[in-house]
Design a protein around this ligand. Structure first.
Ligand code: OGA
Ligand code: MN
Length: 214
């Protein structure tokens, strides 16, 4: 991510110390998918998603206005796309969850701040965004003044790993709050296709990183 020099267009953050500290732990690749690949994925997902109803009313849930599926069988064309995600986002030989999480947020849907459970997800989360642009906000769980925002255009791939995955919550802003700085990012229906690494199993893992001093 942010090397020396100007920030990439997809990134905002609370301060330079946060940005430089997290170099390598967060990345967005706008245009990762070609228009044809976006089309391939959304055509394949649409009939499966359409069979489900959007869920709205769970007041304590992290996600509102959504339907979802865990998908393990894919067309050959989609498998080729997911293979590209694997190469781009994961270490060689790193084990992934066998099914891919597909999340369909309707125009009013949003994701509240949360950290993915360490029981079910290892150190890397990689997501493709389809249909609508959105803003992902990441806030340090100990130090809410430390935050990042990612602009996720349709066709982009985002990667969260290590400290960004464990020490920051992530959320997708609802339409009314969907701004990237001054820039309004209208939210309509959005589908994400999320690959996660498997938890590494027993062992202490990385100690939590203290928040950087700004
Ligand atoms: C989740 C999540 C992000 C996305 O399902 O845990 O954070 O891009 N999804 O949809
Ligand atoms: Mn999550």
């Amino acid at each position: 991510m942010a090397g020396p020099g100007p920030l990439p267009a997809w990134l905002r953050g609370s301060c330079p110390a946060v940005l430089s500290r997290l170099r390598g732990a967060v990345l967005v690749r706008p245009g990762f998918l070609s228009a044809a690949e976006e089309d391939t994925l959304s055509r394949e997902l649409e009939p499966e998603l359409r069979r489900r109803r959007y869920e709205y009313d769970h007041w304590d849930a992290a996600i509102h206005g959504f339907r979802e599926t865990e998908k393990s069988r894919w067309s050959q064309a989609s498998r080729a796309i997911l293979q590209r995600v694997q190469v781009a986002a994961f270490r060689p030989g790193q084990a992934l969850l066998s099914s891919v999480h597909v999340l369909d947020l309707d125009a009013r849907g949003y994701i509240k701040p949360h950290v993915d459970s360490v029981k079910f997800c290892g150190d890397t989360i990689a997501g493709l965004s389809l249909l609508s642009a959105s803003v992902m906000r990441l806030v340090h769980t100990q130090e809410p003044g430390h935050w990042l925002e990612l602009l996720l255009e349709p066709g982009s791939l985002y990667i969260l790993r290590d400290s960004v995955r464990y020490d920051f919550s992530h959320e997708i802003l609802r339409d009314e709050e969907s701004f990237f700085g001054e820039r309004r990012i209208p939210r309509s229906r959005r589908i994400s296709v999320i690959c996660r690494s498997l938890p590494e199993g027993p062992g202490p893992g990385e100690p939590p990183q203290p928040p950087p001093a700004c």
